[in-house]
Design a protein around this ligand. Sequence first.
Ligand code: ADP
Ligand code: NI
Length: 221
Amino acid sequence: MTDSEIVSKTIQFVKETLADAEGGHDWFHIQRVYNNTLRLAEEEQVDGLVVRLGALLHDIADSKFHNGDETIGPKVAADFLASLNVDKATSEHVINIIENISFKSSLEALSSNKKFASRELEVVQDADRLDAIGAIGIARAFNYGGFKNRQLYNPEIAPEPNMTKEAYKKATGPTINHFYEKLLLLKDRMNTSTGKKLAQKRHQYMLDYLNQFDNEWNGLL
Ligand code: ADP
Ligand code: NI
């Protein structure tokens, strides 16, 4: 099978698998991350098939939607890639990307330093992070909060910006807190130079939004 046949079969598989996904983790999230990946990869020396498959499969079975189980996503992806006879080196690299891409696994990496690293992971991680910030990031955060029936904001519940991975997974705070616990931290964690540049603008948009939110909350505007 050619690389482009592998990619189109993967696109088909992801669309089917995510048909009923939460609105912020559906096929269109994957499509945006895929497009961001292609854009960032233009400036980087990376394996094109690995980054494309990593982007397409990175949320194939997110632990958030599987009772916290972090083994399902890598397993579903590994079985799928094996069914296409994708070579072992490519498949293992893609699995490593899926296992290490998320914000919570980077929290664990900070405290353990046992982590996988590659330029391909960095590109897909930046592509995913860009979709977590800016206007789309705001929409996704509130959609996820609604999906979990979280409060929009509660001035009595302070954000906890330095959570461990376990605390982060259990967090049930209001959605505005998620900005201080994750979304506003992302711009300083970008890996690629194009990613850093794009993140700046999206970050500023979130700051402006939070300022407006605060003013309206307090009846000032
Ligand atoms: P992680 O689960 O490691 O934070 P993801 O990249 O899977 O990483 O998170 C994806 C997106 O899901 C976040 O960027 C955000 O939009 C949404 N999300 C996750 N947790 C929350 C939360 N507690 N409140 C609001 N949105 C959230
Ligand atoms: Ni994602």
